[in-house]
Design a protein around this ligand. Structure first.
Ligand SMILES: Nc1ncnc2c1ncn2[C@@H]1O[C@H](COP(=O)(O)OP(=O)(O)O)[C@@H](O)[C@H]1O
Ligand SMILES: [Mg+2]
Length: 284
């Protein structure tokens, strides 16, 4: 564990997840709170002082046009990029996420569209990759891993896979996403981030992934979903956060947006019909 400021938060401690989640819900403190996150790559400023709240038990849709900074923001939370400036608070305590390991230790799981799974391995092997269960020091406990994988998939009502011993390469796009999400759930994640999970999917597969997103939230997880499909967004999102050219230009309950307002914010960074909630971040 490479978090330098262990006094700020001992992410290795076996915190009672349920308790922590309900506590953060009670006091209105989001599971993850970002304040003033900036990030540049050479001459390109990708993020300008971004504020973002990701509450437990809610789906936050992160929206914006291509190049708005959605993936950079996601990778910053995932520990792949380090912010130049800004602060992150996990259950109210400041944290420094310096690597994907730090992010995973907190309970953050990121599902990338293409990188999520190893094609040549089967479903069980993917779900336990790097965290295999052993019978003793030598042999994998296949039965125990198979049972846990099957139970997790069944619990999420992922029923369309023929066999959990099927190589992931033979799965459809929606099934792959489902396995990636199930993996996140099995490892007791508290925050799941999905970067464009439905971009390459057909109608039925998209349905499957969106149902899964709703199930994650009903399990008490915070979900962040990146999409520029307005149908998906308005169907599953409790909150909408919109980036425009690296700035967070709107962030509020989904019910305060209509399609036109959301499109205005995504394409121009503003709207002639501004949303009214005082909890909006600044728009400078
Ligand atoms: N590793 C990188 N190096 C340089 N520039 C990058 C890198 N990653 C992203 N960018 C730039 O940051 C901006 C935001 O990119 P990104 O977060 O991928 O946008 P999107 O909202 O489409 O996911 C873009 O201008 C992109 O070119
Ligand atoms: Mg992207």
């Amino acid at each position: 564990m490479s978090l330098a400021h262990r006094d700020e938060m001992d992410v290795g401690a076996p915190a009672p997840a349920e308790q922590a989640l309900s506590r953060s819900r009670d006091v209105g403190e989001p599971l993850l709170r970002l304040r003033g996150i900036s990030k540049h790559f050479g001459a390109v400023q990708s993020l300008f002082g971004v504020d973002l709240d990701l509450p437990a038990g809610q789906v936050t849709a992160l929206c914006g046009d291509n190049g708005a900074g959605k993936s950079v923001l996601t990778k910053t939370i995932a520990g792949i990029h380090q912010p130049d400036q800004g602060e992150m608070f996990w259950q109210g305590k400041q944290v420094h996420i310096r690597s994907p390991r730090d992010s995973a230790a907190l309970g953050i799981e990121t599902v990338y569209q293409d990188l999520a799974l190893a094609d040549n391995l089967d479903i069980v092997q993917n779900m336990f990759l790097g965290r295999e269960r052993l019978n003793n020091r030598l042999f994998l406990n296949e039965d125990s891993m198979e049972r846990a994988a099957a139970e997790t998939l069944a619990g999420l009502r992922v029923t369309s896979v023929r066999s959990i011993r099927q190589p992931v390469a033979t799965l459809s796009g929606g099934q792959r996403q489902s396995v990636a999400v199930a993996k996140a759930v099995m490892w007791n994640s508290k925050l799941v981030m999905l970067d464009e999970p439905t971009a390459a999917l057909g109608v039925a597969q998209t349905r499957m992934v969106l149902d899964l997103v709703v199930r994650l939230k009903s399990h008490g997880l915070a979900v962040m979903i990146i999409s520029h499909n307005l149908n998906d967004i308005f169907e599953v999102a409790d909150r909408i956060a919109i980036l425009h050219l690296g700035r967070m230009v709107a962030q509020d309950k989904a019910s305060t947006f209509d399609r036109q307002t959301a499109v205005d914010f995504m394409t121009t960074g503003g709207s002639s019909r501004p949303i009214t909630d005082s909890s909006n971040p600044r728009r400078d």
